[in-house]
Each structure stands twice: as structure tokens, then as C-alpha cells.
Write a protein that binds this ligand. Structure first.
Ligand code: PGA
Length: 248
């Protein structure tokens, strides 16, 4: 189970559609050796559904948590191909991502479905990292703030105040995901302030976070952690980002 602490900083590794069961076991064994303690920083990995069980087994004795990458909102029902939050909770998964931009872009995820997934997951006892962020054309058109307002409002309307201690937001500008283009620390700070003005929860930054830019991004006052894609696939780079959080 995800070890809950006072949330100073959270680093989450989003593996996307990478790492089957044996690669997951190998990675977790190496991460355990490389990161024997997380010194007050919350660290989680988000494997594919079929690798969750392996990650949970390998990391059971550590402070490192395991989250899913998505979940349905209902407990059970006629939703072929979906996984419910109760199913995740039953095997010991501590939380889940929802509304990642790749889900919005390729699988028809909307503000509304993202909000429903967030609410359903929290209702089932999971922590939630809900992803928001503008596209390049929205930023160029000066719409960043209005896009963030719309995305955050949908989540805030769905998740009651009493449930918000299980909610985190990840600000991931879509143009920075997997592109090597990172938001400048100032730009990230500005967007995080907008989000925190709308919803008082921790806000992670995501989008090409690497060992060499992590310390500066994590050093911003409104950045409460990072959602890491590409750099979370190698133990060395993921551990280096966790170390940057430990020392920030
Ligand atoms: P990236 O991905 O670090 O590879 O840009 C981040 C994410 O998609 O969560």
C-alpha cells in the first residue's frame, strides 16, 4: 500500500506502455538498491496494468508506492476493457493517474470523463494525480489560463472538499511532453500559481523532466513534485530526479 506521509514532495514515474512483467521486476530490484530510503519524499511508479502485481510485490518492503495510469469511475459493470478503482485498490495499488494528455489526445478523454475518473477513484480509496495542461497552439493563442481554468473547474466540481486530501494535480504542458522542450521554471511557477488559485492541492510539474533540470524546477515555490515520463524508464535517471527532490 502507498505509504502516506506529510506530502512535502512527490516524484511519480509514468512508464506509459513500457515494461512488461520481467522488466518491471528487474527495474524494481535495481531501484530498491539505488534508493534504499526516500527521506521524506514520496516516490511512486505507474506501471502498465499487467505489471502492477510485479511492482507491488517487489516494492512491498520499501517506501516506494505503486499507482495505475488510469481507471474507470464505476465499481463494476458492463465496460469491456476497463479496470475499476475497486479492483486496483483490492490488489494494493495506492493511486492512479487520470486525464493524461495522451488519453485526451488518442482515446477521447474529456474534462468530464477525467473528473468522473478522479471522483470514482477517490471514492474507492485511491489517491489521484489528475493531469492538465495546454497544447502548443493554445499557448500561442494566449489561452493557457482559460484552458487551465476549464480543466481544473471540471475536477474541482467533481471532487468534494472533504476528498481533496487524496487529490494532486499534474501540470503538463502538452508541448513539453516527450519533446525535450521543458517549461522554464518561471513559466511552470506561473501556471502552478494559476492552478493553486483555483484548487488548493499539491501541483506536480511534468514534461521532459530530466536529472539536469529537475533541481531548478523542483526549487520553484509552487512546484510540489514531478510527473516523469521518459526519464523514469531508466533507474539511474529516475533515482537522480528523486535525489534532486530529496535535496530540494
Ligand atoms: P516526459 O513525459 O517526461 O517523457 O515528457 C511526461 C508525461 O507524459 O507524464
Amino acid at each position: 500500500m502507498y505509504p502516506r506521509k506529510i506530502r512535502a514532495m512527490l516524484i511519480a514515474g509514468n512508464w506509459k506502455m513500457h515494461k512488461g512483467s520481467s522488466e518491471t521486476r528487474e527495474f524494481c530490484a535495481a531501484l530498491r538498491a539505488r534508493l534504499p530510503t526516500t527521506e521524506g519524499v514520496d516516490v511512486v511508479v505507474c506501471p502498465a496494468y499487467t505489471s502492477l502485481h510485479d511492482a507491488l510485490g517487489m516494492l512491498a518492503v520499501t517506501e516506494i508506492g505503486v499507482f495505475a495510469q488510469n481507471t474507470h469511475w464505476e465499481r463494476e459493470g458492463a465496460y469491456t476493457g476497463e479496470i475499476s478503482p475497486a479492483m486496483l485498490h483490492e490488489i494494493g495499488v495506492g493511486g492512479t493517474l487520470v486525464g493524461h494528455s495522451e488519453r485526451r489526445q488518442y482515446f477521447g478523454e474529456t474534462d468530464e470523463s477525467t473528473a468522473r475518473r478522479a471522483q470514482g477513484a477517490i471514492g474507492a480509496g485511491l489517491d489521484v494525480i489528475a493531469c492538465v495542461g495546454e497544447t502548443e497552439s493554445e499557448r500561442e493563442a494566449g489561452e493557457t489560463e482559460s484552458v487551465l481554468r476549464r480543466q481544473i473547474r471540471a475536477i474541482a466540481d467533481a471532487v468534494s472538499e472533504d476528498d481533496r486530501d487524496r487529490l494532486l494535480i499534474a501540470y503538463e504542458p502538452v508541448w513539453a511532453i516527450g519533446t525535450g522542450k521543458t517549461a522554464t521554471p518561471d513559466l511552470a511557477e506561473e501556471a502552478h500559481r494559476v492552478i493553486k488559485g483555483l484548487l488548493e492541492v499539491p501541483v506536480l510539474y511534468g514534461g521532459s523532466v530530466k536529472p539536469d533540470n529537475a533541481a531548478e524546477l523542483l526549487g520553484q515555490p509552487s512546484v510540489d513534485g514531478a510527473l516523469v515520463g521518459g526519464a523514469s524508464l531508466e533507474v539511474e535517471s529516475f533515482a537522480a530526479i528523486c535525489q534532486a527532490a530529496i535535496h530540494s
